[in-house]
Design a protein around this ligand. Structure first.
Ligand code: NAD
Length: 479
């Protein structure tokens, strides 16, 4: 399978003629090629996007809304095909792609299609004789760069609000999971999206991605990915005075108080630990458990973890598929080895898995639970982004808030308690952008989404995203 760049409504080879291999994580084998795009392709895409900008930004919002609904319908009509492609490209179970990734991509387009027609701005009467009103004008050409873990889900989470706001886009999916972005280009064409409004450039981060960040005509950048990459992007974009939204890594605490509904806390904590092989930025990887329920929670958690099935992601019965790449598998293995040297005890998991058959060279790893580590060790400070969690006992609310806040990250947190006052109190004290009380990953697309500290800068979602992709201009009129 050879995929191509999508520029100005056409599919194109990279200018260099170079391609890179696309590997199927479940088999460890090459199954396609993607463009190894560089500055020349990005420049071509930026030119197409600027050419399309005047007409797209001037189009009545209702017409942008109609086209975006058609894109949503186009994905929905091919839902099974999209889910199978996502599973093959990323290694995630096909059932998960069918109920989570692809429906959410559809929802992103529908949600922001309606945002396009409902977005409004403020006006301020200044005394009796002047009025201020704020114009929200599309920012121009937006650069949207996304990671591999939720490929179409996160790619469209950026593109949809950018298009709804009237921006045109140069977008790059991860080189590790590019196929559904390519399929999206087919859907956009069929839906009648005018040429140049969305341009998709495939390729490596340090080449194609970096060229987007550096391009003088792409001044608005929405990025989701790792903290180290975010730092590099900030260093490049800062001196160029670009507008930046950075959604980065996390090391999220999951706090279980003794008064929690234990059945719900255990079941959901297994989900928040291991969904998508633990490769979700919102997964709770540090599980803090109040000491008097530590053993009962731990034993129930381990029992449910052992019941998870891992194997070929095309098989519906499997709960976990393959990790994204050989390098990522090595990273996860390295962290588990480090946990042992730091004094950790593996309660379950800790081994690479060989499911056999077509998957015998795939990148599978057991869901792994570790205890006995202090909250300051590297395993509890650094993002692993795989199926590995630690269990840490605590005594008091103050102590757990201190430990939960004790990393450089600040993306999300989960709190389990039946004490309503405690729930609100702890939520307010946690230093992060999102707190779930007695649930996890319950999403309302109107809410602000993002992190603090090294988990990012800015917020996505709802009006936050519409504001990001527009510039505010205040007009003051003396009556
Ligand atoms: P990554 O930073 O390696 O890559 C992300 C994207 O950036 C890819 O498309 C990549 O090609 C591109 N890129 C790499 N170097 C670049 C550069 N110099 N300039 C421009 N683009 C560049 O991240 P990843 O490994 O793909 O994703 C995993 C990370 O993403 C984890 O840290 C995870 O926590 C984070 N993540 C965060 C969120 C969130 O909403 N906060 C969501 C999902 C994933």
């Amino acid at each position: 399978m050879k995929i191509l760049n999508y520029i100005n409504g056409k599919w194109e080879n990279p200018v260099s003629g170079l391609f890179i291999d696309n590997i199927e994580p479940a088999t460890g084998k090459k199954y396609g090629e993607i463009p190894d795009s560089d500055r020349a392709d990005v420049d071509h895409a930026a030119q197409a996007a600027w050419k399309a900008f005047p007409a797209w930004s001037a189009l009545p919002a209702g017409q942008r809304c109609d086209i975006m609904f058609k894109i949503a319908d186009g994905i929905e009509q091919r839902l099974d095909e999209f889910a199978a492609a996502e599973s093959r490209d990323n290694g995630k179970p096909v059932g998960l792609a069918r109920v989570m990734d692809i429906p959410r991509a559809i929802e992103n387009f529908k949600f922001f299609a309606t945002a396009a027609v409902q977005f409004s701005s403020e006006s301020h009467a200044t005394g009796q004789d002047a009025i201020n009103y704020t114009l929200r004008q599309p920012a121009g050409v937006a650069g949207c760069i996304s990671p591999w873990n939720l490929p179409l889900y996160l790619f469209t989470w950026k593109i949809a609000p950018a298009l709804a706001s009237g921006c045109t886009v140069v977008a790059k999916p991860s080189e590790l999971s590019p196929v559904t972005a390519f399929m999206l280009s087919e859907v956009c064409n069929a839906a009648g999206l005018p040429p140049g409004v969305l341009n998709i450039v495939h390729g490596l981060g340090h080449r194609a991605g970096q060229a987007i960040i550096e391009h003088p005509d792409i001044k608005t950048i929405s990025f989701t990915g790792g903290t180290v990459t975010g730092k590099k992007i900030s260093a490049t974009a800062g001196p160029l005075f670009k507008k930046l939204s950075l959604e980065l890594g996390g090391k999220n605490p999951n706090v279980i108080f003794a008064d929690a509904d234990m059945e719900k806390a255990v079941t959901t904590s297994v989900r928040s630990a291991f969904t998508n092989q633990g490769e979700i930025c919102l997964c709770g990887s540090r599980i803090f458990i109040q000491r008097n329920v530590y053993e009962s929670f731990r034993d129930a958690f381990i029992e449910k973890t052992r019941a998870l099935k891992i194997g070929d992601p095309t098989q519906e019965e499997n709960n976990l598929g393959a990790l994204i790449s050989a390098a990522h598998l090595e990273k996860v293995k390295g962290y588990v080895a480090l946990a042992l040297t730091e004094g950790g005890k593996i309660l379950t998991g800790g081994q690479q898995v060989n499911p056999g058959g077509r998957c015998s060279e795939g990148y599978f790893y057991e869901p792994t639970v570790i205890e006995g580590l202090n909250d300051n060790c590297r395993i509890n400070q650094e993002e692993i982004f795989g199926p590995v969690v630690t269990l840490i006992p605590f005594d008091t609310e103050e102590e757990v808030i201190r430990m939960a806040n004790g990393t450089n990250y600040g993306l999300s947190a989960t709190v389990w308690t039946e004490n309503i006052g405690r729930g609100h109190r702890v939520a307010a004290a946690l230093k992060c952008g999102i707190v779930w009380i007695n649930c996890w990953l319950l999403r309302d697309l109107r809410t602000p989404f993002g992190g603090t500290n090294q988990s990012g800068v800015g917020r996505e979602g709802g009006w936050e995203a519409m504001r990001f992709f527009t510039e505010a201009k205040n007009v003051c009129v003396k009556l």
